[in-house]
Every structure is written in structure tokens, then in C-alpha cells.
Design a binder for this molecule. Structure first.
Ligand code: NA7
Length: 533
């Protein structure tokens, strides 16, 4: 039966989101014999890989580190064509998974959840879609991703613009023909950098509106050869073991040697080698002091600044593209494939927003404090209301009628990132540690599946974080965050990209293995810190 023909339905589990996390959660729920329905606002599966279909969108995780690890057959069947998979291929992969495991029959697409309410008598969640359809379930799993609530700044006159306005995180599925157009891109984070590099040669003129220059570094992507493909398949067990052991779930760990064992000259030679490596090696496999010692961090940052300067013909322009106001690594490093060379083109110009801020949008384009610009298309690469946004934008109401938005008005509060007091049986299935997405998402999904099995096996009605455990977790997370460089920059990590949002580290900053061990320990001890009822 077509799921959309079943408006009033009761399930054991409702999952919101059919992305990387939701698809696996569905697979496990079904395997456990639970009745389950997935709702997703999108017209297809894939979550972030469905919505972010802008030109140039691509992994910055190695492809072999991003696939699901839980099916040997899938690992054997799937070939990645590039070392850093482009978005269309990743979306194809997730569609393949949906078909391969016959997941679609429990997924309702074009189904945006508008509200969810916990009934304290039945101890079940009722969910309402924007279409008015309703469903209920004992367990509600928000597999909504950390970067799915797109953010567009509220510029004065934003609705006045008569041309085409686009956000990269809601890119039109049929694509957009930008050839011959005057295009503005606002934002130079990882998304803006990928997009700008890809479209610069096609458009008539590209004007980039930059607020903060970033430590962009070469991705160094290339096709996967047949021999490499075979090697991945032969060594997936070792690859996955490594992903589980490294601090952030990538194929990297920091050097075991100290930067101070090397002379300044030797360190420079070391940085050159690092620079030549693909992916996040530059960020996650150098000297540990790069992320802990200000002098070494500044030394490496200086090295990267010179690399940027060397790629831009005009030295005045180069200085504008060199990051100076935040330490290396305190914001996500955009990985790029020819980004800085784009600024050597005649049809590309840069507007520095800190010097000449945007005053308003007009019918024909953008007005800064200096002048007016006319455009056919304005692209907002302005990021996301990360981590909490996807949850607080839905009207999720727990016990006592309090919404998640109200509860988190002064900052996010959870226990283990997984449940929050006052919202029994609501699981937050997002990657709450700093970690390469799938490897940590799988752990979270499996933990949730285990908790649900525990509740049901013991004939219980609900599981809920205790306020005490939650308070201790919030305090512990803040203590860890206070030692992190990440608070030195404004970024989505800190929630500081969203006006009015509480400035606090949104992700748990312990290592992924430590986070996993803690979650496993809590489960092994009968879900300590949770009220089981
Ligand atoms: P990011 O990393 O949040 O970048 C957003 C960009 O938009 C960044 O350059 C911002 O400048 C800029 N921005 C945001 N608000 C404004 C306003 N009001 N005016 C001008 N410029 C603005 O989002 P991305 O989509 O690039 O990447 C998000 C994640 O997706 C990334 O970490 C990967 O995991 C994939 P700012 O730096 O705040 O000065």
C-alpha cells in the first residue's frame, strides 16, 4: 500500500528524515520486527545529499570512509568512482541502499513534520504533517541531520530582488542554468568555496561577497583506479577499524611526535609534505600542537597564508583572501580544487563585507555601503542553523507542553546528545560528537536501536534522560569546550552564525572513541542517567 494513503496510522517507531542516519535506523527498526514509518520533507531519499545538489558539491571525507559499514554485501557491490565522491554519486549510493534493502515501502516522501506532541497518558508521540495527516508511535526518532535547516540572513529588502534567489541547501532539483548570467554568491564557507570554483567559468560575471576568508586547502581529488577499488574492498575491515579508533572518525590521526622535536626548518618541510596530501590530512594528521599550542598553530597558519598568496596574481587581492582573524582549525577547513585561481579570472570580483557591508537588497541586486551591484541571480551560501535548528523549527512538545525550542532557548541541553529531559522516547539521532558522519551516525543509530529493544524487552513504556544526568553532561561538555580552539571563531560549531542564538559549542568535543565508550558504558549499566518507566 502506498504509505501516503494511510493518513491515520499507528506505529512502534516514527523516524523523521530519510538521510544517512534515517535509512539505517529504518533498516534496524524493521530488522527488530517493529512497525515503522519514515517521514521526509524531500521528494527523494538522501537527506543532505538530496538537498545540497548545488554545482561542485562533493565529499571532503574519503569515499571509502563514508559508506555504511554494516553490510558486507553492500561494501562488495558498491564502487566509488572518485576518492572524494561528488554529490550526485553519493545521492545515487543512498538511493541504491534504499532499493537494495527494500526500504522505500516504509518511507513517506514530501511529508514535512510540522509538530509532534508527547501524550503523557499513553506515553506515545503523535505527529502532524504540514498536509494535516497524523500518525502516532511509541518512539520518535529525529534523524534530521545537523546541517539541514538552511539559513538565509534577513537582509533588508530581501524580497524586493526581482531576479532569482537561491540557497545552496535548497538547490533546485532540475538545476539552474547560470551561463551568461551576472551572479552574486554570498558566503565563502565550505559550500561557497565549492560552488564558486565550479561556476566561475560559466557565468558572465561572478561577484563573491566575503565576510571571513578561510584557510582553504587543496582537496586533491582524483578517480579511483580499479586496483584501488579492489584494495578498498579487500581492506574494509581494517579501514573501518581505523575509523572507529581515530579521534574524529576519519582516516587520520595526529602525529605521535611533538612539533617541538623538530627545528623550525624541519617543521616547514613537514608542513610542505602535509600540504601535498589529499583531504583533511592538513587538519587532522599534523602535529598535535597545531590544535593545542597557539605558537605552533600560528606557524602553520602562516604557512597556509603564504600558500594562498602564491596562488593569486594580484597581491592586494591576495591579502583580502588570506585569513587573519581566527586560528587555523577553529572553523571548518574548506577543501577546494582551484578556488583561489578563480580570483585570477577577469569575470570574478570580490567584495569584502567587513569593509563595505551589505545595506540592503534591491529589485536589481545588492547595495553595499560603497555602491550598488546588479545581478540576475543571488546565491546564498550562508550555511545552516546547525544541530538545533532542524529540531527547534519543528514544534516538538514534550511533557508539560514545553517545546524543544523553549527548553533550548538558553542553549542546547541533552544527555549524551541522544535524549533530553522532559521529552521521553524522543531520540535525537544526529552525530553529536565531532566525527566523520556515517561512522558515528551508525553508532548513534545502533545505540538507539539497543535502547528501544531494552525498553520493549522489559515491557516498559518509556525512556527519558534525568535532569541530573543532563545537567552533568551539559557541564562536562562545556568544560571540554572551554579548552577548544573552536570558541575562538564565529562558526556554526558555536551557533554564532545565527543572530540571537546562544554562543556555545554545539558538538561534544571529546574524541569519538571516548564518546562511543561513554554511550556503551551507560547502556551496559542499564541506561544509567535515564528514567525507565
Ligand atoms: P558555513 O560554513 O556556515 O559558511 C557560511 C558562509 O556564509 C560563511 O562564509 C559566512 O561568513 C557567510 N555568512 C553567513 N551569514 C552571513 C551574513 N549575514 N552576511 C554575509 N555572510 C554571511 O556554511 P557552509 O554551507 O559553507 O558549510 C556548512 C557545512 O556544510 C560545512 O561545515 C561542511 O560540514 C558542510 P562568516 O564566516 O560567518 O563570516
Amino acid at each position: 500500500m502506498n504509505p501516503s494513503n494511510r493518513p491515520d496510522s499507528t506505529f512502534d517507531v516514527i523516524i523523521i528524515g530519510a538521510g544517512v542516519t534515517g535509512l539505517y535506523q529504518l533498516y534496524l527498526a524493521r530488522k527488530a520486527g517493529l512497525s515503522v514509518r519514515v517521514f521526509d520533507a524531500a521528494g527523494g531519499v538522501g537527506g543532505t545529499w538530496y538537498w545540497n545538489c548545488y554545482p561542485g558539491c562533493c565529499f571532503d571525507s574519503e569515499s571509502e570512509s563514508y559508506g555504511y559499514t554494516w553490510s558486507k554485501a553492500l561494501l562488495e557491490e558498491w564502487d566509488w568512482t572518485e576518492h572524494f565522491s561528488p554529490q550526485p554519486e553519493t545521492e545515487r549510493y543512498l538511493n541504491y541502499v534504499a532499493d537494495r534493502f527494500d526500504l522505500r515501502r516504509d518511507i513517506q516522501l514530501n511529508a514535512r513534520v510540522q509538530a509532534a506532541r508527547f501524550d503523557t497518558k499513553t506515553r506515545r508521540w503523535s505527529v502532524q504533517l504540514t498536509t494535516g495527516e497524523r500518525a502516532s508511535a511509541q518512539f520518535l526518532i529525529a534523524a534530521v541531520g545537523v546541517l539541514s535547516a538552511d539559513y538565509t540572513p534577513e537582509f533588508v529588502g530581501i524580497k524586493d530582488f526581482k531576479g532569482l534567489s537561491l540557497h545552496t541547501g535548497r538547490w533546485p532539483r532540475d538545476g539552474v542554468d547560470l551561463r551568461g548570467k551576472r551572479v552574486a554568491v554570498i558566503g565563502t564557507g565550505p559550500t561557497g568555496v565549492q560552488l564558486i570554483t565550479k561556476i566561475a567559468r560559466d557565468v558572465a560575471h561572478l561577484t563573491v561577497f566575503q565576510r571571513t576568508p578561510n584557510y582553504c586547502a587543496p582537496l586533491r581529488n582524483r578517480p579511483v583506479t580499479p586496483a584501488e577499488q579492489q584494495h578498498f574492498k579487500a581492506t574494509y575491515a581494517e579501514i573501518h577499524q581505523q575509523l572507529r579508533e581515530t579521534p574524529a572518525g576519519f582516516l587520520y590521526h595526529f602525529d605521535t611526535r611533538s612539533a617541538f622535536e623538530f627545528s623550525a626548518e624541519e617543521r616547514l618541510a613537514y608542513y610542505e609534505k602535509l600540504w601535498a596530501l589529499p583531504g583533511f590530512a592538513k587538519w587532522l594528521s599534523g602535529f598535535p600542537e597545531v590544535m593545542t599550542n597557539r605558537a605552533i598553530n600560528e606557524e602553520f597558519a602562516g604557512f597556509l597564508r603564504n600558500k594562498i598568496r602564491a596562488r593569486i596574481n594580484d597581491p592586494v587581492l591576495a591579502e583580502k583572501l588570506v585569513p587573519k582573524n581566527h586560528p587555523f582549525g577553529s572553523k571548518r577547513i574548506p577543501l577546494e580544487s582551484g578556488y583561489f585561481e578563480v580570483y585570477n579570472r577577469d569575470n570574478v570580483s570580490l567584495v569584502e563585507l567587513l569593509e563595505t557591508p551589505i545595506q540592503r537588497m534591491t529589485a536589481s541586486g545588492i547595495e553595499t555601503s560603497e555602491r550598488a551591484y546588479a545581478f540576475d541571480v543571488i546565491i546564498y551560501a550562508t550555511g545552516f542553523d546547525a544541530v538545533t535548528g532542524p529540531l527547534t523549527r519543528m514544534n516538538i512538545e514534550g511533557v508539560n507542553g514545553q517545546t524543544l525550542g523553549e527548553k533550548w532557548a538558553d542553549g542546547v541541553r541533552t544527555y549524551l546528545g541522544l535524549l533530553t529531559a522532559g521529552f521521553p522516547n524522543l531520540f535525537i539521532a544526529t552525530n553529536s560528537a565531532f566525527c566523520n558522519y556515517p561512522v558515528c551516525a551508525e553508532m548513534v543509530v545502533e545505540w538507539i536501536a539497543g535502547a528501544i529493544a531494552h525498553v520493549r524487552a522489559n515491557n516498559l513504556a518509556s525512556i527519558e534522560a534525568t535532569p541530573e544526568a543532563e545537567a552533568a553532561w551539559v557541564e562536562h561538555s562545556a568544560e571540554l569546550a572551554s579548552h577548544s580552539f573552536l570558541s575562538d571563531a564565529n562558526s556554526w560549531f558555536m551557533g554564532s552564525n545565527i543572530p540571537g542564538k546562544k554562543r556555545a559549542l554545539l558538538l561534544y568535543s571529546n574524541s569519538a572513541p571516548a564518546y562511543r565508550a561513554k554511550c556503551e558504558e551507560v547502556a551496559a549499566h542499564g541506561y544509567q542517567g535515564f528514567t525507565l518507566q
